[in-house]
Write a protein that binds this ligand. Sequence first.
Ligand code: ATP
Ligand code: MG
Ligand code: MG
Length: 370
Amino acid sequence: PAMLGILGGGQLGRMFVTAAKRMGYRVTVLDPDANAPAAEFADVHLCAAFDDAEALATLARSCAAVTTEFENVNADAMRLLAKTTRVSPSGDCVAIAQDRIAEKSWINKAGLPTAPYLAIESVEDIQVELSPYLPGILKTARLGYDGKGQVRVKTADEARAAYANLGGQACVLEKMLDLKLEVSAIVTRTSPAQVAVFPVSENIHKNGILDESIVPARIAPKLAACAQQYAKQLAEALDYVGVLAVEFFVLGDDSLVVNEIAPRPHNSGHYTIDACVTDQYQQQVRAMCGLLPGKTDLLSPVVMVNLLGDVWGEDGSEPNWAVLMEAPNAHLHSYGKKQARPGRKMAHYCVLAANVDDALEQARALKDTL
Ligand code: ATP
Ligand code: MG
Ligand code: MG
């Protein structure tokens, strides 16, 4: 069987490996962490830095196709690999998603709305009238996730002080919007171009981290169709190949703005494993191998709940898994991480029910007994 390669061995990589192996492929994982969650199931674990020349040469030589599971993969490594083997998404697309300034300008270029924002590449850029962006959130252009690298600011003075505090690195100042809901749409685009979008997920965050995903999202069908259309439009504009997640804000007037994109399967798409005809990791395999996307139909209403290290005991003791095992409509997915830390994503579960209200009620009741 053909060997597939993935840069990154976190939980997304682990779920990718599981899907690829089930489909009959072999998998090589590149990740410097000896305990990377994906390594447990991989055929080969290259335990080396992401820009390690020898490891990249091995990947290029041994893999029929290579992909990534994390946003901050070295885009140049992706470009280098693309000289020898099939690589998706492209280094160029990954580079856009890594930089909020490039990302937002591409979203606007594709004809889609974002929150009003100011790109701040140097200190001169923030010496302008800031009122259109206040109160706002100052976000570092690079390397932020789970709300890290973000400062909420009310006044121009606060914004300038926060910018200085972040060491003068490139940032965006984004207007704080009054969010009614957050939703995401995950699109798969293959080459030659075929596009499939998963059902829209409603996402509830706690402390800047995804807590629950509810599918179908509790929004008007027309709005869901619009989010799916936007996701397709963006994939098209980027000439994207692979799985692309698009996060949206739903505003009070039921309009949508794009928050950000992720060039990979997404936490809000974990539900597809248990509740869709094809899951987002199978789509990633399909896209990277030049196959057609699979069907994305939802088989059942579903709620996904993230389990962070906070649910573990202070002595490292595990949650009471029995309650999940005994629930006949719950599916637990453990990431096999050895160390639980507050805020660290350790596992998730999905609850399938006849409607989302029942699924949500049961999912929350289960969480309370863990
Ligand atoms: P991720 O882990 O999803 O990559 P991130 O660190 O890149 O997160 P964002 O998605 O930009 O951060 O923001 C995190 C959360 O903060 C959003 O899901 C939303 O709840 C809130 N937020 C971000 N920007 C805005 C905004 N302009 N107005 C209101 N709330 C916002
Ligand atoms: Mg992000
Ligand atoms: Mg986000």
